[in-house]
Design a protein around this ligand. Sequence first.
Ligand code: KDG
Length: 333
Amino acid sequence: MRKFGLLAAVGALAMVAGAANAQFADRTIRVSNGVNAEHPVGNGVAKMTSCLATKSGGKMKLQAFWGGALGGDLQATQALRSGTQEMVITSTSPLVGILSDLGVFDLPFLFANEKEADSILDGAFGKFISDKMPGVGLVNLSYWENGFRNLTNSKKPVAKVEDFPGLKVRVMQNNIFLDTFKTVGANAVPMAFQEVFPALETKAIDGQENPFVTIDTSKFYEVQKYLSVTRHAYTPFMVLYSKQLYDRLSADEQKALVDCSAEGQKEQRSVSRALSDKSLANLRARGMAINEISAPEQKRMRDAVKPVYERGAATIGKETVDRMQAELAKIRS
Ligand code: KDG
């Protein structure tokens, strides 16, 4: 036993010494997000924080700001580009004004399931998009999961295409989402995430769309009656770092950020998927009227929004859309 204890002590010393030899400076890294700390992004940030502490000997710390405290996704991302903030975990959708290719992820009914999403994001296509980020002043450390989006509203169940007209639905500030909801006849209203709850509460809008986990942790059940399981889009999160601040880090610090964001990704996706069914059950328990969409009606919805792909390619870029379609065809073959 004594020998084992001695070995463990030597191992721990080596690890601390290893961290001490590596180039790490004392840093507090501000990271913001639009959701609340209870969202699985909180689990991912906690994992990333402990990973950085281990790798840097306690020198690299994350300071998390929740609920859009440092501004919405787009505003925080612009702060990264100007070098006034280190990190943001943001949906890709509000960033299409910075890099229009990101709109590819917003194409309606693009992914069938999380497995496809992971294969695309963690494979060649995800790298193709990440490689474009330094050109707009950003470094994508990894993709985390926002998830499959579903429609909520305060007026009626939505079970078929004909139920959308007349609904005032908030969407992210994104041309593809605007086109999708306008194409099915809804009155689509672009809005930053932080404005959604008050707008629902005052009935300035009838509905919004988000994954179950976000609807649950943002307490939309307090101001929404109907939940329709549309799964109309899958939104990734990007774990973005300011390129100008990233370039000032040592190679060891950069590697620690990339490796620990990958650790955070595993944790965040796992918690997001484990929590999704629990969130749906909680939304039901909170009194939401929940309806599925029948297979024939799902097909009618998909057919109705097919023109969004062609119109979207004009802004996303045909090469990017074609590359995505080719990658998906490979995965599905
Ligand atoms: O920061 C990320 C959140 O804002 C995220 O929930 C964005 O899905 C989103 C929405 O609907 O704006």
